[in-house]
Design a protein around this ligand. Structure first.
Ligand code: CO8
Length: 258
């Protein structure tokens, strides 16, 4: 935490927790936060004591978007030259599952960050949207692509062109979020889900994440083939033997975490 100004980082048992921490600006995502989130994610990804990661916000907002104050005076050449969003693109290189715990606003880049996570748990007061159009711009960290894949073209067009926000119930109904829970239970629910994941056979967890992500990229035939190869690879892990032997012996499996 000494290294970080914009986030809080801690480990709770086998779960890595990153809390976005610029509450005064509703966690506006500046260039420093992008670097810090990526750095924390990479450390957790390399740490055998961590099996899954949660990204959470502060009480009023997960994140209300890119830091508009920082962006306002940028030129085309600035954005091309030292692309301040490049670290966000690297979130997809993290092999361990990442859960977004979204309460309050997840707008613009905040919504895009949630979409970069593997799944989203939302509180009843969550508000999702890509309101960049109101600022004279459009989504810039994959929102137009990932939201469209998540909820389909009709709703993605509606949100991106009108800039309106989506409440938790509509977000759940559209498939954007996996679960909606009361605000007071959100962090605990996310930590418990991450803890459950972190208890499983780590190589199989990584393969399962990779397999689902493949579905976004390739044809069904290629995706099924990729899955089959990963499935076969799982039989080269100790955890496969442990999981299956434990089932047959009617005892709980004990997975080793390397
Ligand atoms: N950037 C900078 N500061 C912000 C941002 C932001 N995105 N959002 C809120 N703040 C600041 C406000 O300026 C205010 O500061 P101050 O207290 O100093 O005046 C403080 O946070 C509290 O905000 P409000 O007073 O506005 O609170 P309200 O409850 O009245 O309104 C809203 C809350 C509706 C969330 C409102 O703050 C808002 O509309 N915020 C901007 C939302 C937005 O347009 N987001 C999209 C930004 S553009 C973008 O994300 C481009 C994506 C490109 C990639 C990003 C990289 C990840």
């Amino acid at each position: 935490n000494r290294r970080f100004e914009t986030i809080l980082v801690e480990r709770r048992e086998r779960v890595g927790l990153i809390t976005l921490n610029r509450p005064k600006s509703l966690n506006a995502l500046n260039a420093r936060m992008a670097m810090e989130v990526l750095s924390a994610l990479k450390s957790f990804d390399a740490d055998d004591n961590v099996g899954a990661i949660v990204i959470a916000g502060s009480p009023r907002a997960f994140a209300a978007g890119a830091d508009i104050a920082e962006l306002a005076e940028q030129s085309l050449v600035d954005l091309q030259g030292k692309d301040p969003f490049a670290p966000w693109d690297e979130v997809r290189t993290i092999a361990k599952p990442i859960i977004a715990a979204v309460n309050g606003y997840a707008l613009g880049g905040g919504c895009e960050l949630a979409l970069l996570c593997d799944f989203i748990l939302a509180s009843e007061d969550a508000q999702f949207g890509l309101p960049e159009i109101k600022l004279g711009i459009l989504p810039g960290v994959g929102g137009s692509q990932r939201l469209t894949r998540a909820v389909g073209k009709a709703l993605a067009m509606d949100l991106i062109l009108t800039g309106r926000t989506l409440g938790a119930a509509e977000a759940k109904a559209s498939g954007l979020v996996a679960r909606v829970v009361p605000g007071v239970e959100l962090l605990q629910t996310a930590l418990e889900a991450a803890h459950t994941i972190a208890g499983y056979n780590a190589p199989a967890v990584r393969m399962a994440k990779e397999a689902v992500n493949r579905a976004q990229e390739v044809s069904l035939t290629e995706g099924v083939l990729h899955e089959r190869r990963l499935f076969q690879s799982a039989f080269a892990t100790e955890g496969q033997k442990e999981g299956m032997h434990a089932f047959l012996a009617k005892r709980a499996p004990v997975f080793r975490h390397r």
